[in-house]
Design a protein around this ligand. Sequence first.
Ligand code: URA
Length: 240
Amino acid sequence: MGLKRLDKLIALNCNVSRKDARKLIKDAAVTVNSRTVLRAEELVDPEVDDITVKGYNFTAKEHIYIMLNKPKGVVSATRDPAKKTVVDIIPDELRRKSIFPAGRLDRDTTGLLIITDDGAFAHRIMSPAHHVFKTYEAVLSFPIDENDIEKLESGITLGDGTECLPAKVKSFTVDGLPAAEIRIREGKYHQVKRMFLALGNKVESLRRVQIGSLKLDPSLVEGECRELTENELELVFIDE
Ligand code: URA
């Protein structure tokens, strides 16, 4: 990559304006090889120098993978004219040009969402052919019974005739409320809600807790995110 001006590099990789990059540097939020650098024009080589922004290691890696604990009320999109998106809530130090959510969660669904700029990775997660199971915890209006589980596990037909692939289901309770853990490998529109609707039940709240074997980090409160480690990335494609 060679030598680059520090402000230009931060602006490009963190997807902030050159002015904001200079402010980060002026506010002593940037270090190069453990030394706080206050000059925006400092020349650095991201492949050689160890750069941090607000304590996060800055890398010139090809792609970024972010684990977000999605809060309610934000849409799983890159841009929206009226509503806040999951990309809007990614902090500057992790934001890059062309990041997008790898999959969709409804506006009122919370939990694990991966934000990336790697299109091939996102396709692998989302395509049913790749068998990546997504695990959800659904709080329900009514408890489910063995008969419901049998229907979901053998492939339920939705109200409009759409056939679902077999799911894996466990019944449990959340604070005394009826709930189910459901694992599916498709991502049809409102799929989990419609699967329970087909049983005459209703999803009161929905949270995604796992993708493949990657679990939502319990230390992330809703709205918080962090970069995935390389080991965690591999877990996405390992089935339990
Ligand atoms: N199924 C749903 O109904 N909603 C989601 O957000 C995800 C899966």
